[in-house]
Design a protein around this ligand. Structure first.
Ligand SMILES: NC(=O)c1ccc[n+]([C@@H]2O[C@H](COP(=O)([O-])OP(=O)(O)OC[C@H]3O[C@@H](n4cnc5c(N)ncnc54)[C@H](OP(=O)(O)O)[C@@H]3O)[C@@H](O)[C@H]2O)c1
Length: 324
């Protein structure tokens, strides 16, 4: 099969298209012909060798896929050859085939296209676990979402709206803010041109945001700490801005602030019930048309690295997908 392989760590130039042997479904696994693979910012972190759960070299990036089951390994129960599935193999998605443990696969709802199915689990799963399970977001609370037109950010806007929050979305530039507004944001802040703290204070009558969803980090986190409400919660989602912030404990103490870490994949290993319940609720909302994954661009496998480049250089909105 054809696949994008990472044989050394570095920038995106280390990712190369190669012909490699087809994977084989091991015990408890299904072999899936990939129809779509969601691109995630984390794929670039893995290529750099800096991911929290770093695979050994060489590896094929791509953590979420959708496709068709074409073979089953010994003892693989719960799906059949020919099933349309979506799944979280963790890696191996930038390819034509992948072997996945069947307990990491879900049969696709009939109406759902492969591209949307491959754009669903990581982004919505992260935002749902963060807002519902970790922050316990309540109706009427103010939710400040950073990077709100990006992969995870846009889903936080959509889910926050469903949960009844008042959403303030930040992003770089008017076009991105328009996308956040269309997904449900009530107010917007262009953080390339406006001061986050001043605008949030003005929009909340000086009170600040109850919950902050932060996949950007660095200066954006620092500004959030200055405009989070008394007893507010800040969700640490990621560091797309490139700097991992240091947290001044005195600020946390003075305003009774909770800084809440969120590592969605860890739930698959340490609390699979939380992942499962979250996915079930999300699939219900998807079936009811309450949430709509935004796939802004699709790339063929041979241009997968271009697709990933568009994500890390802030050119993408919503999700970018590989379609082998
Ligand atoms: N904790 C978890 O379980 C979990 C799960 C999924 C993702 N994440 C993390 O969340 C972050 C976002 O992931 P994603 O897949 O949503 O990525 P994405 O689609 O690229 O979104 C990231 C957003 O960050 C903003 N940004 C600000 N400064 C940036 C910079 N210097 N470079 C790139 N983007 C910048 C961009 O929006 P503007 O241009 O509007 O500023 C962009 O839309 C990553 O750090 C990822 O590792 C964490």
């Amino acid at each position: 099969m054809r696949a994008i392989i990472c044989r050394e760590h570095g920038d995106l130039s280390v990712l190369k298209l190669e012909d490699v042997p087809d994977p084989v479904a091991g015990p408890g696994q299904a072999l899936v012909r990939i129809r779509a693979c969601g691109i995630n910012f984390a794929d670039s972190i893995m290529a750099a060798g800096k991911y929290q759960n770093q695979p050994e070299l060489p590896f094929i990036p791509g953590s979420e896929i959708a496709g068709d089951v074409v073979a089953l390994g010994e003892g693989a129960a719960g799906c059949s050859v020919g099933d349309r599935v979506m799944g979280l193999p963790g890696r191996g998605g930038y390819a034509e085939l992948v072997a996945v443990n069947v307990n990491r696969l879900t049969r696709l709802p009939e109406h759902l296209a492969y591209e949307q199915a491959a754009s669903f689990a990581v982004t919505y799963g992260t935002s749902h676990v963060a807002l519902a399970h970790r922050a316990r977001l309540k109706p009427g609370e103010t939710l400040l979402v950073h990077g709100a037109a990006g992969g995870v950010g846009l889903t936080a806007v959509e889910l926050g709206r469903i949960m009844g929050a008042r959403i303030i979305a930040t992003a770089g530039g008017p076009d991105k803010l328009e996308i956040a507004r269309a997904a449900g944001a009530h107010e917007t802040i262009d953080y390339l041109a406006e001061d986050i703290r001043e605008r949030v204070k003005a929009l909340t009558g000086g009170r600040g945001a109850d919950v902050v969803y932060d996949p950007v980090g660095g200066d954006v986190f620092d500004a959030s700490l200055r405009c989070v409400a008394f007893e507010g919660r800040i969700l640490v989602i990621g560091f797309a801005g490139g700097r991992v912030q240091q947290i001044p404990a005195n600020h946390v103490m003075v305003k009774n602030v909770d800084i809440i870490g969120v590592n969605r994949p860890a739930y698959d290993s340490f609390a699979p019930d939380v992942s499962r319940a979250s996915q079930e609720e999300l699939l219900g909302w998807l079936a009811a048309g309450k949430i709509r994954p935004l796939v802004s661009r699709t790339f063929p496998l041979e241009q997968a690295v271009e697709g990933l480049k568009s994500v890390v250089t802030r050119k993408s909105t919503g999700k970018v997908v590989i379609s082998p």
